[in-house]
Design a protein around this ligand. Structure first.
Ligand SMILES: [Zn+2]
Length: 414
């Protein structure tokens, strides 16, 4: 409502200006004296004092208002009256908010405005009439393309082009089952068509999705097209150029980002042990302490335990064939017997047990034998049925030609 008022005043101001510009001498005198009326969050800037602040650790709406001398009954009343219009239950630490005070000899708090992003704000007016409102700018969307040649990592290639790092996240998510992102080769190439959201038509706020992607790794071309495979349940998957699901029963890695610091190697020699062969039957992923560890597939927790060598660890039985284990955790997030889904956080990276640095040691059993998951042909997710496949291959013709026409950037051409 207040925002409408803002526009009302703004248009009034414009009308007055037009009037002045074709008016008398008196009017032009007024024009010289008249300061343009400006508003912030719907409040006239000259009539109020705006104090910009940031949410501190553990700050709540109640705390902030109490510090301004607002009594609890008023806080309660304000929250009750506005509960359908604003939600201040969780204020994110470090996000900006504004206190609006009356410009009197004794200033009093008129309103509280929380504006965590440039996309909008939520406001409670505390004086005169109590009301709340949430204002959100309209988004517009545009499909954009990006491409690159890997020199070091996907992240760095996209960073060099100043593209939102969220795109790295989306791509690694789409290809999590089919491409080992820890083992990309120099010269691997990719293309992507994604949707970018804007406010005020020009300010980018968020990449909302990837519509199509293309990756060439080890000479193998892999397309990925976003496709609704179940319109009733609203399930959206990424399928390749042959309508194969890019999802596998197992994730390639139990952590989203990090690097493989030691691979499965039965002939590993360690200087610390007199250069004797100490087989390494796991894959180590180095990552900072506290990094979430994900279960690589659906399953049931069979062990949550601690030993001197393993530190804190979790074991997951996926089915009668596969079992995985995750070692050196800082903390586990699951209990024995619990059912989990692929990608669920089962613990956090630590350095408990026999380890020299923070990492997760990922172990993989097939039919009770420890194997290297990267050398296994892992089972695919359920394929789509024949009639849907036909429809799919028809539906992707346009988007495929679009991504095919994207010219891949070389490192030198920015
Ligand atoms: Zn290990």
């Amino acid at each position: 409502m207040n925002f409408n008022k803002y526009y009302f005043f703004l248009s009034m101001f414009l009308i007055i200006n037009i009037f002045i510009s074709c008016g008398s001498d008196i009017a032009s005198l007024i024009e010289e004296d008249a300061e343009p009326i400006t508003y912030k969050f719907g409040y006239e800037e000259s009539k109020y004092v705006f104090e910009e602040k940031k949410v501190g650790r553990g700050d709540t709406f109640g705390d902030i208002l109490e510090k301004q001398g607002i009594d609890y009954p008023l806080i309660y009343e304000a929250l009750e009256k506005t509960k359908n219009d604003v939600n201040f239950r969780v204020l994110q630490r470090g996000k900006p908010y504004t206190l609006i005070f009356t410009n009197d000899s004794i200033p009093s708090l008129k309103a509280f405005v929380y504006h965590p992003t440039i996309e909008g704000y939520s406001l409670i007016q505390l004086r005169d009439s109590i009301f709340g409102k949430t204002f959100k700018k309209d988004r517009t969307y545009k499909d954009l393309s990006a491409s690159g040649t890997i020199d070091n990592s996907l992240y760095l290639t996209l960073q060099e082009q100043s593209i939102d790092p969220l795109l790295t996240y989306y791509l690694s998510d789409i290809y999590a089952w089919t491409i080992d992102f820890f083992r990309l080769d120099k010269g691997d190439k990719f293309k992507v068509i994604y949707t970018q959201a804007y406010v005020d038509d020009t300010i980018p706020v968020e990449i909302t999705k990837v519509k199509a992607a293309y990756f060439i790794h080890k000479g193998v071309e892999r397309y990925a097209f976003e496709y609704e495979t179940d319109s009733i349940k609203g399930i959206v998957e990424y399928l390749d150029q042959d309508a194969k699901n890019l999802r596998r029963a197992f994730l390639q890695s139990p952590i989203k980002f990090g690097r493989i610091s030691s691979r499965y190697n039965l002939r590993r020699r360690i200087p610390l042990y007199g250069n004797r062969i100490r087989p390494h039957r796991g894959t180590d992923f180095a990552a900072p302490i506290g990094t979430p560890i994900l279960s690589t597939a659906d399953g049931t927790i069979t062990e949550v335990s601690y030993t001197r060598a393993n530190g804190r660890y979790v074991k997951v039985k996926h089915n009668n064939t596969y079992t995985t284990q995750y070692l050196h955790m800082q903390k586990a997030n699951v209990k024995v017997g619990q059912s989990i889904e692929q990608g669920d956080v089962i613990g956090w990276v630590g350095m408990t047990g026999n380890t020299s640095g923070p990492h997760v040691c990922y172990r993989f059993w097939k039919h009770g034998r420890e194997v290297d998951p990267f050398r296994q042909k892992l089972p695919e997710a359920k394929p789509i049925n024949e009639s849907l496949k036909k429809k799919y291959l028809n539906d992707i013709v346009l988007i495929k030609s679009q991504i095919d026409s994207v010219i891949i950037k070389n490192k030198t051409s920015i």
